[in-house]
Every structure is written in C-alpha cells, then in structure tokens.
Design a protein around this ligand. Structure first.
Ligand code: ADP
Ligand code: F6P
Length: 428
C-alpha cells in the first residue's frame, strides 16, 4: 500500500513537471547586486530540467510591451559576478491597474509562459500575486537592497549594498576624524531603515536615523554632539536614511547650533551597483534554482524566503501581510543599537573615571605601605646600630677588664675603637 502511494506521488510530480514547459523570468523595481546570479540559476536549472526559458526585459513594463527573448545557457555566461540585471528593470504604473494585469496575463499565455519567476521587492510580488490570480503560476524571489521584505531574513543585494556603504562610510570617517568634524552620511532606504541600521552598527556611528522613526529629537542630538566633543571625541557620525533625508540642511543646522564643522555625504546609487558579494551570489543562485523547483512541483503564488537558516517558501499574501510586524521589529532593533552604541560610550566614560579613581586609591595605598616600610626600615636600622654599639661596648669592656685600666684610659680606648670602626656618627 505504502509502495503504491510512493509510485502515485512520483507519477503526480512527473505530471506537474510535464505541465510546466516554459518558464519566464523578469526583474522588477530597483535593481540589486546578485539579481544576475538568480537569473542565471533560473535559466540553468530550467534548461537542466528540459524546460524552455523566456527572459522578459524591463520588468512588467517590458512584459506589457512584449519584450520577450528566448534564453540559452550561454546567455547567462559570465554574469554571476556582475552587478545590476542583464534583463534590465523598470517600474510600471500600468501593471497596477486591472487592465494592465489582464493584458500581462494574456501576454504570458500568448508566449506559452506557464511559470513566471519575478525577482523584485514587495511591489513586484503584488504584481505577481495579481498574475497568479489570473492563472499564471508565479514565484517571487526577494531582490532588493533594502531588506524590507518581512518574510525573509535575506534579500538579494542587501549584503553587497551594506558592505559597499560600510566601506564608503569608513572612508568618510577618516577625513571626518582628521578635521574633527561631524558627518551626516545618507544611505539608501526610502521606506526602510535596514541599511542605515546595519551601517550604523558596523561603522560605530553615534546616531542612526531611520524612516520608521522620522520624528527624531534634533535638540537631543545636538546636545549629544556637544557632550561628545567635550569628552574629546574627534568625530561624530550620523547615519541618515534616505527616507528621513534632508541631510544637507541637517548638516547646516548642526553646524550652526554646535559651532562644529559639519558635512553631508549622500552615498546614493553607488550602493545599488558593484559586483555582488559571495553571499549574494550563493543565496541568489539557491533561490533561483528553488523557484524553478517550486514551479515544477505545481506551486504558485509563492515567495522564496530565507528564515532561521533555511530556504523556505511562503504564500505571497501571507508574506505581504508580515509588513507591520517587521516595522515594529526594526524600531526595536534601533533601540537596541542605540543601547549598544551610546550606552556603551557612557559606560566607557564611567569606566574611565572608575579606573582613574581606583588608580588613585591604589597609589595612596602604595604610598602608605611604603611609608610604613620606610618607618620599619628606619627602626630596623636604628636597632642594628644599637646592637652594634652594644657589641662594640662589650668588646671594649672586655678589653678594659683584660687590661685592668682606669676610667680616663678606658674612655680613650673606647674613642679609639669607635674611630677605628669609622662609625663616629653612632654617638650622635
Ligand atoms: P519593489 O518591487 O522593489 O517593491 P516597486 O514598489 O516599485 O518596487 O514595484 C515594482 C513594480 O511592481 C511597480 O512598478 C509595478 O509595476 C508593480 N507593482 C507594485 N505594486 C503593485 C500592485 N499593488 N499591483 C500590481 N503591480 C504592482
Ligand atoms: O531599491 C530600493 C531603493 O534603492 C531604495 O532604497 C531607494 O529609496 C530607491 O530604491 C531609489 O529608487 P530610484 O532608483 O528610483 O532612485
């Protein structure tokens, strides 16, 4: 019986795999380093399974314009190490309309695309969900440098972007320290503070401003800058997310209020480019291959995610609904970061004073002990002298006894003996 079940299951899977003949793949929304690795994996996995692959250029915009090309294994050679997306990407207003969605689904059918892999963020997944409702099997792969997809701890491109930003901030810090300036460094993240949060911690920033907490207290910030200066800090780094923005004016306001030279640096789109890190290449490849496998298992309306050390898949609705929870977690994470950063500094200052006080106490104890020892030494030296006088006197006395001489002669003998010993001072 159990054997029959297994045979049935295999047959079922074969049938599903048979029902998927052509897979389409597109990248949508902001590009992210590692998207090419995902495209490559989708193409190669699908071809390995004997499927046809169609690449759709310029996201949903290209789908509606029928910018669809057949893809071979060679088309994805030498792309794993390249930033950006070889399929290009775009934002497309029409796809948000019912009419646009109907048209997109019809085009997929026209091109025989019975499974579509959408690499992008939340917005792109919302589009994929609409297509799934219209009968196109869709799987989303999280691709955004913002890391703002709640169902996953990993999104393609974040690792590269955060490392790019971190290295750039290190460089700004060097010059900021030399000039003893304050620096407002703006990182990407219109709606999400993950880049700011991670850079803030990785770069040891003094303040992190995230879009989730736009109403930061500037007076408190200025007070902190001044206190840090008093404590001898040579720079003050503020990581400001794009969503909070206003970095140039913020720098001016800080300079006016503190008298400390302040500069704004906006890192901008450099954060979205560059060769993907090893992690982005490996995870994106895994997700690309997994998306094809899911489609072949007959799954649709799913998103690939990475949670608690595992690659898993979620229902798109479920994934999109996780947003609110994620924002709360991010705010809590910033509070935690502030504790790590600012409280650690306060503790350090407190500890410094403690160390000085302890050193002073220890020094006082050493001096007291030394004085006591000196006293003892003096006493010991005096006792030694006394003992020697006693010894000398005894020696003289024995001489006197031996010679049976009178008092004046004995005094002279004592005088002579002490002189001989060169210790006249003993008598003082
Ligand atoms: P991301 O995918 O990075 O979140 P966007 O929010 O800009 O980026 O979304 C990318 C594209 O996805 C949009 O330009 C649009 O074509 C499509 N999209 C976004 N939201 C929806 C929606 N609610 N319904 C259908 N398509 C959408
Ligand atoms: O891809 C996400 C993101 O980089 C955000 O961090 C940023 O706010 C936005 O895209 C910028 O988009 P654009 O390329 O349209 O300027």
């Amino acid at each position: 019986m159990a054997e029959n079940k297994t045979v049935d299951k295999e047959k079922y899977l074969d049938e599903i795999e048979d029902s998927i003949r052509t897979i389409g793949v597109l990248t949508s929304g902001g590009d992210a380093p590692g998207m090419n690795a995902a495209i490559r994996a989708v193409v190669r996995r699908a071809l390995a399974k004997g499927l046809k692959v169609r690449g759709i250029r310029r996201g949903y915009h290209g789908l509606l314009k029928e910018e669809i090309i057949d893809m071979s294994a060679r088309d994805v050679s030498d792309i794993i190490e390249r930033g950006g997306t070889v399929l290009q990407t775009a934002r497309c207003k029409t796809m948000r309309t019912e009419e646009g969605q109907q048209k997109a689904a019809a085009i997929c059918k026209k091109y025989g695309i019975d499974g579509l892999v959408v690499i992008g963020g939340d917005g792109s997944f919302a589009g994929a969900q609409k297509l799934a409702n219209l009968g196109v099997n869709t799987i989303g792969i999280p691709g955004t440098i913002d890391l703002d997809i709640a169902c996953t701890d990993y999104t393609i491109g974040f690792d590269t972007a955060v490392n790019t930003a971190m290295e750039a901030i290190d460089k700004v810090r060097d010059t900021s320290t030399s000039h003893e300036r304050c620096s407002v460094i703006e990182v990407m993240g219109r709606d999400a503070g993950y880049l700011a949060l991670w850079c803030g911690i990785a770069n040891g920033a003094e303040k992190i401003l995230m879009p989730e907490e736009k109403d930061y207290d500037e007076k408190a910030l200025i007070k902190d800058i001044l206190e840090n200066k008093k404590r001898g800090k040579k720079n003050y780094i503020i990581i400001n997310a794009e969503g909070v923005g206003d970095s140039i004016n913020m720098a001016k306001r800080i300079e006016d209020a503190t008298g400390i030279e302040t500069r704004a640096t906006i890192l901008g789109h450099m954060q979205r480019g560059g060769s993907p890190t090893c992690k982005d290449r490996v995870y994106a490849s895994t997700m690309g291959a997994m998306a094809v496998d899911l489609l072949c298992q007959g799954k649709t309306n799913r998103v690939v995610g990475y949670k608690n050390g595992q690659f898993i898949d979620f229902d798109i609705e479920e994934a999109l609904a996780m947003k609110a929870e994620y924002e709360e977690k991010l705010k809590a994470a910033n509070k935690e970061a502030e504790l790590i950063l600012s409280d650690a500094r306060k503790t350090a200052v407190h500890n410094e004073q403690k160390i000085i006080d302890e050193a002073k106490e220890e020094a006082a104890r050493i001096i007291e002990r030394a004085n006591k020892e000196a006293e003892l030494e003096k006493q010991k030296a005096a006792d030694d002298v006394k003992q020697q006088i006693v010894a000398v006197s005894a020696m003289i006395a024995s001489k006197l006894i031996a010679k049976s001489i009178d008092e004046s002669e004995s005094n002279a003998i004592i005088e002579q003996t002490l002189n001989e010993m060169g210790e006249n001072t003993w008598r003082n």
